[in-house]
Design a protein around this ligand. Structure first.
Ligand code: C2E
Ligand code: MG
Ligand code: MG
Ligand code: MG
Length: 281
């Protein structure tokens, strides 16, 4: 009997393992064809100035409408795209489409709207990245000063020596740089001094707890003060209540992004809000 149970347990684990492997292989395979099959699209989440409720910019967020399975979240497929190198063509597609959309909005009169695009460190480390970005800007008639690239703290710091010159070249072209998920990596203050950065985005993890955990609140406050002292813009991610906005405003943080303000929107939906909440900067 014990032997049977042992065998069943073993079987259970292998099946579970196979299930995960199968899903991954399935996604990996699907991802290779997703671009050609037109299954990728972008949604845009507004970045809002709290006291005026005006939209200063939007973050482009990638979605994958996979034929049989419906919408797959980037949290699941971006790591696979990074491991397989697919992030290079996909990332380029994202950048080009976000700039095309941004250019359209600028032409429609919202010419102060910033577009933020998430960039994987693999893209940054690609030899031709800066040139690619530049030709996309020219091709789409989108101004460099309206494009912000979001780089996550952890991965950028790990390869500072390689990424720093790339970030400097992007910044020289007038492109803005934002450090995403700030507070979850381990940037030393030395790095922050060297990094050509415009914006710090306080990670949702801290924002979630600012009202209930005094330490999370203190960390948020410290990031806000430090960011402002270094002349960075500071923006809070993942705002889900107006009490969080009150707290952030008290600490001097004036910008935020979150479901309480706006969920990520289809371009047409966003356009309605742009009409109402005129763009500021
Ligand atoms: P991120 O750049 O930190 O984006 C913020 C994520 O938080 C988004 O998830 C957004 O939908 C979600 N979010 C915003 N406000 C709230 C809120 O109030 N509550 C909650 N629970 N969530 C909120 P999403 O779209 O699933 O993207 C997840 C991550 O995938 C992004 O994190 C980013 O790291 C990555 N990603 C998304 N699009 C791209 C892309 O085009 N390229 C690359 N390289 N990465 C991308
Ligand atoms: Mg981001
Ligand atoms: Mg983030
Ligand atoms: Mg994140």
């Amino acid at each position: 009997q014990a032997k049977d149970r042992g065998r069943n347990t073993y079987q259970f684990f292998t099946e579970q393992h196979d299930g995960k492997m199968e899903r991954r292989l399935n996604l990996e395979h699907g991802l290779r064809k997703a671009l050609k099959k037109n299954e990728l699209f972008l949604v845009y989440q507004p970045q809002v100035q709290f006291h005026t409720r005006k939209i200063a910019g939007v973050e482009a967020l990638l979605r994958w409408n996979k034929d049989s399975e419906g919408i797959i979240s980037p949290g699941e497929f971006i790591p696979i795209a990074e491991d397989t190198g697919m992030i290079l063509p996909i990332g380029e597609w994202v950048l080009k489409n976000a700039c095309m959309q941004g250019s359209k909005w600028h032409q429609n009169g919202f010419d102060d709207l910033l577009i933020s695009v998430n960039i994987s460190v693999r893209q940054l480390l690609e030899e031709s990245f800066v040139d690619r970005v530049e030709s996309i800007l020219i091709e789409t008639h989108f101004p460099a000063s309206s494009l912000e690239l979001e780089i996550t703290e952890s991965t950028t710091m790990e390869s500072m020596e390689e990424t720093l010159p790339v970030l400097n070249r992007l910044r020289e072209k007038g492109i803005r740089i934002s450090i995403d998920d700030f507070g979850t990596g381990y940037s030393s203050l030395t790095y922050l001094r060297q990094l050509p950065v415009d914006t710090l985005k306080i990670d949702k993890m801290f924002i979630d707890d600012i009202l209930t955990d005094p330490k999370a609140g203190a960390i948020a406050k410290t990031i806000i003060d430090m960011g402002h002292n270094l002349s960075f813009h500071v923006i809070a991610e993942g705002i889900e209540s107006c009490k969080q906005i009150d707290f952030l405003l008290e600490q001097g943080c004036m910008y935020g992004q979150g479901y309480h303000l706006f969920k990520p929107l289809q371009p047409e939906e966003l356009e309605k809000y742009l009409q109402e909440n005129m763009v500021i900067n």
